[in-house]
Design a protein around this ligand. Structure first.
Ligand SMILES: [Zn+2]
Length: 141
């Protein structure tokens, strides 16, 4: 066997090493994204449940609206509508679990995106006064 006979085997090993490195980079990217979100929250604990009248969800919701271009889906007055606020609090908690938990897997984030889709559909239903298109005019609920 000559050195040139080993080239395919060596290339195969390098390919596997590259794939492993790529997967580690994806995990790190996800963790960095979480740190950026946390920084935007001014160091507040992401796991704290949002209370009524508590605006701690606001930075995360702003990030969500910007990141996923949801300005036409989530009304600006979301905090004044308890069902929408509750949906967003649940989404936030699930997002923390999907990206911030050291035990989380890539599939958790995929599941979160599927949950996001369902949640957005419910948010459209909860927005009975069409605040997202007409602006907030009715009572808080
Ligand atoms: Zn409203």
């Amino acid at each position: 066997m000559t050195i040139t006979d080993d080239i395919p085997a060596v290339m195969n090993q390098m390919l596997h090493a590259l794939e492993a490195a790529q997967s580690q980079i994806e995990v790190l990217q996800s963790q960095v994204a979480t740190l950026i979100v946390r920084q935007g929250l001014g160091g507040t604990l992401l796991n704290e449940p949002a209370q009524e009248g508590d605006d701690s969800l606001e930075p995360w919701v702003s990030w969500l609206i910007g990141e996923y271009e949801l300005g036409e889906t989530i009304p600006a007055c979301w905090a004044r509508h308890s069902p929408i606020r509750a949906e967003l609090a649940a989404l936030h908690g699930a997002h923390v679990g999907a990206v911030d938990d050291l035990q989380s897997r890539q599939s958790d984030l995929l599941a979160w995106h599927e949950g996001l889709q369902r949640s957005l559909s419910r948010i459209r239903e909860w927005d009975r006064d069409k605040c997202r298109t007409r602006g907030h005019s009715g009572a808080d609920r």
